[in-house]
Structure formats: C-alpha cells, structure tokens
Write a protein that binds this ligand. Sequence first.
Ligand code: CP
Ligand code: NVA
Length: 302
Amino acid sequence: MIKHFIDLDNFTKTELRNILNFAAKMKKNQKKYSNILNNKSLGLLFEKESTRTRVSFNIGIQKLGGNAIELDSKKIGFGKRESISDILQTLSQYIDVLMIRNNSHEELVQCASYNKISIINGLSNYSHPCQVLSDIFTITEKLGKIENKQITWLGDFNNVLTSLIHAAEIFNFKLNILIPKKIMEIAKKDLGNKKLVYSNFCYDFDKALKNSDCVMTDTWISMGEKKSQSKLKILKKFQVNDAIMKKAKKQAIFMHCLPAHRNEEVTDSVIDSNKSLVWEQAKNRMYVQQSILYYLLKNVKK
Ligand code: CP
Ligand code: NVA
C-alpha cells in the first residue's frame, strides 16, 4: 500500500508519536541510520520558493543513504505538458517518493489519490504539516511533554496555523488563536463545520497570553498572496514584541517557522532573544522529515 503525508489529521496520535520518537533517535545518532534509505530516491517539486524545506529534505535523505532530485514545476511543465496522473506514473518508475510544495491543496490531495507514488505535502495554501510536526518535536525537546501545554498564536490565519490546529486536536495542547476579528471571520467561514475542540479564538491579549508556554507567529503575507497594506495595518497590533512576551509565562519560548519579516510580525529583540527557538526549529525539520521518509518508505518494495 502506498502511504502519503498530506495532513496531520490523517494520522493517529500513535502514528505521529512513532515518527517523532524515531526522529529523536536519528537526531542522537545520525551515523547509525546512514543506510536505512539506501537507493531510495526523493523528488522535490516546488511551485514556490523554499530554503529550509528544500535543503532539509535533500540533505536529510542523503544522510540516510538515499538521493534527491529537484523538479522545478515550470521546467517539467507540471500539470501542463501532460496530465498529472501521467506524470506521476512516469515519476513513479524513477523515484520512490515525491514532495510537493504548491498553491492548490486540492491538487495535492488529487496527486495522492492516484496512488502512484508516495506524496508529501511540503506546504500548500492550506497546510504545512512537516513544519508543525517538527515544531512539536522542538517544543517537546525544550519543554517536555506537549500535552497540557499552552500555545498562543498571533497574527494571520494561514497554512501553518491550520496544521497547528490539527496538532492541538491530536496532541491535546491548548491553542489560543489571537488574530484580528476581520481575519477571524474569513477563517471561520473557511473552517466550516470543523470542530475546534482544543483551539480558542481570543480577542483578549492578556487572557490569551497568560499561562502561555509558547508564543508563535508567522509572516503576515504568505507566498502567493497579494501584499495588502490594509491587512498589514490591521495586523500591527499583533506583532510579537517584548511587551507581548512579558504577558506570557516567564519561561515562555518564541517560535516562528521562518522566513521572518523582521520588525513586522516579530521584533529583532524577540527573535534574537534567548527565548527564541527559531534556529532549532529550522534544524529539527531535517530529523523529523527523515523520520517521515522512513515511515513512508519502509516495507515498500519496488
Ligand atoms: N519554514 C519553511 O518551510 O521554510 P522554507 O519556506 O524556506 O522552506
Ligand atoms: N505561511 C508562510 C509559511 C512559509 C514557510 C507561507 O505560506 O508563505
């Protein structure tokens, strides 16, 4: 059976825990695992820019004995020169797993539904599961068990937040979502009937941040989105700065998936402070994705 990694809410807590536990083992001793993906090939298909995802996947599989090839979607005419199903059939004869970063989550789900090759969501307009699973790894490493921790998200409603909502429901942590009312109304419509058991939309900064173990944010304008001055204006109040961090627990950490727009969604004083885990977050992407690759490819016979 071909396995895919599209969204966190496709998995049970046990499956995700297993991926995280194996990532921790590999992080401790990379050499021990240097052959576990021998001869396995990963395709990396980007419709959008990327630094961390691109490099951590490419180097990550090489460190496990496999190899990677970059596929610029324009160069291969993805979705244009031939049907997506035909291109996936072709690719499946050369490579074992395909990571896709694209604009259309529907297209990504469609790619997986053909079941021709394992598909990994390397960020879509809807979600960013590799990032958030790896952030759960980083939080656990720093603060211990994620269960019952409190995370407050400030800023835009975007792909990273969607995966964080999935994670909150799976791992039972409390997620406070502190975003402008206007953005919240649009987001709630998009979410439809989805239950938000562990997530609260908040308007009260003090209430949301009090008792928070972690303050998280992301860029206010995501890739593929038109820059809007009015959006930037309503988000100004939601910048993570020293005053915001002071409202959280004394030992609270700051997280951001990067790339950051310094002094827009977060001030230099916070991102460069000793509360900030942004570099650990970027580093841990590799171990967690190595573990995702292993989860998808082990037992797969070609
Ligand atoms: N956080 C993240 O996915 O970074 P890149 O866009 O650089 O891959
Ligand atoms: N929300 C951001 C995440 C980048 C890793 C974007 O989609 O651009």
